[in-house]
Ligand binder design. Structure first.
Ligand SMILES: Cc1cc2nc3c(=O)[nH]c(=O)nc-3n(C[C@H](O)[C@H](O)[C@H](O)COP(=O)(O)OP(=O)(O)OC[C@H]3O[C@@H](n4cnc5c(N)ncnc54)[C@H](O)[C@@H]3O)c2cc1C
Length: 244
């Protein structure tokens, strides 16, 4: 990974998304030049947060805001607090507005939105995998006439719905935008879809209708989704994926 510039951002706002996930809005200093493509990630670190070998602790995070949001002077990272066993994610969840965060990047060229592609877009995500997909969706919706967009999003239960208001808002008001959510650990009273994303795909996406697909989530979900889409006739060139 060739080294990229490091910029010192400050936390401008911490937006709670779910009990374990927050979006960190990082203000970019006026003199810094930073650009990225929707889908790319950065390496984040916190000054003075070092490991037992006195090396900075760095972790990869997809940028969840759109490159279009850079005009407003910020980028956003949407981070799950791992809790027990976690390290950097717990540390950043203890940070406060005004605290510094070092951002190095952008990285990743294989999972970027191909802008200007008029084909219908299918986004398949699970958990915090919605982060880079949200960047892509905001980018498509912010530019001219967006293509048809379908989002299939799986998470554990109701309270784990990241970007709930934003995604439901698009589904309500943007023509050609549709959203299907499913709970993998549904609670009593949930009347929507229940199960794992790959298991429900056959009923939601019976075959290829020209869509390009962007998938992001944990490795099992991504593998199961790709396996199904290939069986359903999606050409490999139309399937892009990221996992962690
Ligand atoms: C390209 C890329 C993009 C990424 N983008 C994001 C992102 O947008 N948002 C995000 O939250 N994370 C993202 N990650 C994961 C992130 O880099 C860290 O691995 C994560 O925050 C855990 O770091 P940690 O230091 O707290 O725990 P670590 O010390 O790195 O890991 C502790 C344990 O937690 C497990 N773990 C890692 N991530 C999670 C998770 N999300 N939920 C439950 N258990 C987990 C690990 O498998 C490990 O067993 C991305 C990773 C990559 C490679």
């Amino acid at each position: 990974m060739a080294k990229r510039p490091v910029i010192e951002t400050r936390i401008q706002a911490i937006i709670p998304e779910t009990p374990r996930v927050s979006t960190f809005r990082l203000a970019i200093p006026g003199e810094a030049s930073f650009s990225f493509k929707a889908g790319q990630f950065v390496m984040a670190s916190i000054p003075d947060f070092r490991n037992e070998r006195d090396r900075p602790v760095r972790r990869a995070y997809s940028v969840s805001s759109s490159p279009l949001d850079l005009e407003k002077g910020y980028l956003e990272l949407t981070i799950t607090r791992v809790g027990e066993g976690g390290y950097f994610s717990n540390r950043i969840h203890a940070a406060r507005p005004g605290d510094p965060v070092l951002v190095e990047g952008p990285y990743g060229s294989a999972f970027t939105l191909e802008e200007g592609n008029p084909a219908p877009h299918l986004f398949v995500g699970a958990g915090s995998g919605i982060a880079p997909l949200r960047s892509m969706i905001r980018t498509l919706l912010g530019t001219g006439s967006p293509p048809r967009i379908k989002v299939i999003y799986g998470f554990r239960k109701g309270e784990d719905f990241i970007f709930e208001r934003e995604l439901l808002g698009y589904a309500k008001s943007v023509p050609g935008f549709s959203l299907v959510v499913m709970h993998s650990r549904p609670e009593p009273g949930w009347e929507g879809l229940s199960g794992r994303v790959p298991d429900l795909l056959p009923s939601l996406v019976p075959g290829h209708s020209g869509e390009v697909v962007y998938i992001c989530g944990h490795p099992d979900m991504v593998k199961g989704t790709v396996d199904y889409l290939q069986l359903a006739g999606f050409p490999e060139a139309d399937i892009r994926k990221e996992q962690w």
